[in-house]
Design a protein around this ligand. Structure first.
Ligand code: XUL
Ligand code: CO
Length: 459
């Protein structure tokens, strides 16, 4: 492999700290809308949005896809891959590559001015599949990350364990037919949960990467979901044992990599959490493109989670209208994100959660500063969405009309139906004595125009 030690000590030397220059600037390496200290309602933009950079797409991945090799300029990638059994986890090259990757990541995040990052164990340290060696390498890299966090002021939004890349997890981790695989996955999560706690992480994420099935012909669905619940109870128990006060999050996704993932969408996750008595302990990390893949709008997934008290955090990205797989683009649609932000603001914000850019550069985007442009675009999109959503809610343009639409339920009839004082025969009797009710317009097009107006005017 090329020697990662020979690379520049400053990886992004050609880019300075990204300034906020306002909407009129033509400077491309600047924020036009995201202004960390600007107050919107009762909080600053930074406090509302709680942006995080993800370690995996931005630093671990090198643009490799199933049709071709990596294209991105990631000189450490050869020595520090997500899974490479030929690596020696503690070899100087493997660790040097991981350190170089970490230095580049912290340089990038500090220059971008985000408050948070997120990581998987395998992004941070060399990963060979040998449990003891990998755990040692991870512990070293986590300690080093802690020092970098102290130096830069960066914080950890969440940590997570990769339970899907190693071939051992080909039939799932917690839902594996072999309890030995469950046990190995548990060891990995125990380490990463403790590492997340050591770094004062604000959440811990469990994405069920291969917790699903390819065919029901060989699958005991009942047993597998019981196993998944047992796994989550173990995590919750350990969280309390070690005094971790962050939130445990699961991340809905309907399919990919498996044909059917058990954490299909917000509603499926909610039913699962209720069935297994986990609903007070675990919330959701909702990813925009996972919502699209499940056949939902992003704002539906947020609204459903919020309505059931399980809105946790957001993986902010975008899909593609024509592609049915997880393309993980950076957010580009102010309209889509405004609709999502309306639900987030209605819910009172994200609590310990934030907006994590689980998004990747396109394979041909190979210039070093492309990573800055991608994040600047995502952050400006979310900032505009925040301004527009805040303006919509502050004006009352939607909520006043919505309250009016349901006004009948605040009257005698509505109250008596809901409190049970009118049964079916009583309602039948009443029908004979009153005039036919007149339908009213749903006003959808007018409401869409109102939202469009707020987006146009939000400055
Ligand atoms: C995969 C995905 C993951 C999780 C963390 O689709 O979204 O990156 O966010 O494991
Ligand atoms: Co995600």
């Amino acid at each position: 492999m090329s020697n990662p030690l020979s690379a520049d000590s400053s990886f992004f030397a050609e880019v300075d700290t990204i300034p906020h220059l306002g909407p009129d600037t033509d400077e491309t390496l600047a924020f036009r809308w995201y202004d960390a200290d600007r107050v919107v309602g009762d909080k600053t933009m930074a406090e509302h949005l709680r942006f995080a950079v993800c370690y995996w797409h931005s630093f671990a991945a090198n643009g490799l896809d199933i049709f071709g090799a990596g294209t991105l300029d990631r000189p450490w990638a050869e020595g520090s891959a997500t899974y490479d059994p030929s690596l020696d986890a503690t070899s100087p090259d493997g660790m040097a590559a991981a350190e170089m990757k970490q230095d580049a990541a912290f340089e990038f995040m500090a220059k971008l001015g985000v408050p948070y990052f997120c990581f998987h164990d395998v992004d941070m340290a060399p990963f060979t599949g040998d449990y003891a060696a990998d755990a040692r390498a991870l512990a070293q890299m986590v300690d080093r990350a802690g020092e970098k966090m102290d130096e830069t002021g960066l914080k950890l939004l969440w940590g997570t364990a990769n339970l899907f890349s190693h071939p051992r997890y080909l039939s799932g981790a917690a839902t594996n037919p072999d309890p030995e695989m469950f046990a190995r996955a548990a060891a990995q999560v125990c380490d990463v949960l403790e590492a997340t706690h050591r770094l004062d992480g604000e959440n811990y994420v469990l994405w069920g990467g291969r917790e699903g099935y390819e065919t029901l012909l060989n699958t005991d669905l009942t047993r597998e979901t019981d196993q998944l619940a047992r796994f989550m109870h173990l995590v919750v128990e350990h969280k309390h044992r070690i005094g971790f006060t962050g939130t445990i999050l699961i991340e809905p996704k309907p399919f990919e990599p498996t044909k059917h993932q058990y954490d299909y969408d917000s509603a499926t996750c909610h039913a699962f959490l209720q069935k297994y008595d986990l609903v007070d302990e675990i919330k959701l990390n909702i990813e925009v493109n996972h919502a699209t893949l499940a056949g939902h709008d992003f704002n539906h997934e947020v609204a459903y989670a919020a309505a059931n008290g399980i809105l946790g955090s957001i993986d902010a990205n975008a899909g593609d209208d024509r592609l049915g797989w997880d393309v993980d683009r950076f957010p580009v649609s102010v309209e889509q994100m405004t609709l999502g932000m309306i639900e987030i603001l209605r819910a009172g914000g994200l609590g310990t959660g934030g907006l994590n850019f689980d998004a990747k550069l396109r394979r041909p985007s190979i210039a070093r500063d492309d990573l800055f442009h991608a994040h600047i675009g995502g952050m400006d999109t979310m900032a505009r969405a925040l301004l527009a959503a805040h303006s919509v809610l502050e004006s009352g343009d939607l909520d006043d009309r919505r309250t009016e639409r349901y006004a009948g339920w605040e009257g005698d009839l509505g109250r008596q139906i809901m409190d049970g004082s009118l049964d079916l025969p009583a309602l039948r009797e009443r029908a004979a004595t009153v005039d036919d009710p007149a339908p009213v317009s749903g006003r959808q097009e007018m409401l869409e125009n109102i939202v469009a107006r707020h987006i146009e005017r939000a400055m």
